[in-house]
Write a protein of this length. Structure first.
Length: 243
């Protein structure tokens, strides 16, 4: 029965993703063939300002908005709300980033309420927030994103709190000593190096997460950047693009 339901959900979600799937061949055809289907508050979306979109291993589409976390099953939305009296609910309402790691777990970053991990079996959230009494707590509440590298390590980039490494054996985080506190994007190149786009320039980390290089606007040519405030990273087989 479970497999039947999952198959049904996949078919329904295929309608939602039709534009994405069909977009590639359309590039060579007429633009008039493209049709947009709008999902808004009228269809149950908690808020129309969407920061992040992800799909879980069951086929559900997750949308992080400025006011709530949404799960779409192809027909309707389920909204997950913060409840101050229930620690199993999500920790905040402004969802900055949704990430599914290699183990299929969803990590939800909030703008000012820390990080959350969703348990699909119970429907509960595990909160990760600053706590001066806990050495392994997150160093801040403003989490920009999480990223899983090729080794399966989960990295959390914070706005003002630097970069933290999740330690699954103790279910906590270790903050890395780096010359940047505002992490806005993370990627990995084929050599296993981790690159960070930050407000303090571009950082390259060795595979063991130690600092390899720091590129910024005050560096000597040819390593000078036009600005230190970087937000976007893209890797190909031969290049790293920085924006």
């Amino acid at each position: 029965m479970k497999s039947v339901l999952n198959g049904f959900r996949q078919k329904q979600l295929a309608r939602f993703l039709l534009l994405l799937i069909a977009g590639y061949p359309i590039c060579a055809e007429s633009r008039q063939n493209v049709r947009f289907h709008h999902l808004s508050a009228e269809q149950g979306l908690s808020q129309s300002y969407v920061y992040s979109i992800a799909q879980d291993d069951k086929g559900f589409i997750w949308l992080g908005t400025q006011n709530g976390l949404n799960r779409f099953d192809g027909h309707q939305f389920t909204v997950f709300r913060y409840d101050p009296d229930d620690e199993t609910t999500i920790s905040g309402e402004t969802i900055r980033h949704i990430h599914r790691n290699q183990q299929g777990k969803l990590w939800i970053a909030t703008d000012s309420a820390g990080l959350n991990r969703f348990d699909p079996l119970t429907g509960n959230f595990r909160r990760y927030q600053p706590d001066t009494a806990q050495p392994g707590a997150l160093p801040g509440n403003r989490v920009r994103l999480t990223y899983s590298d090729s080794r399966g390590r989960l990295l959390a980039g914070l706005d003002g709190g630097g970069l933290s490494l999740y330690q699954p054996e103790t279910d906590d985080f270790r903050t890395l000593a780096l010359p940047a506190r505002h992490i806005w994007n993370i990627t990995e190149t084929l050599d296993g190096c981790i690159w960070l786009a930050t407000r303090e320039g571009l950082l390259r980390l060795n595979p063991d997460l130690t600092l390899a290089a720091h590129y910024h606007s005050a560096a000597s040519p040819p390593f000078t950047l036009p600005t230190d405030q970087l937000r976007s990273l893209y890797t190909s087989t031969t290049s790293l693009l920085v924006g």
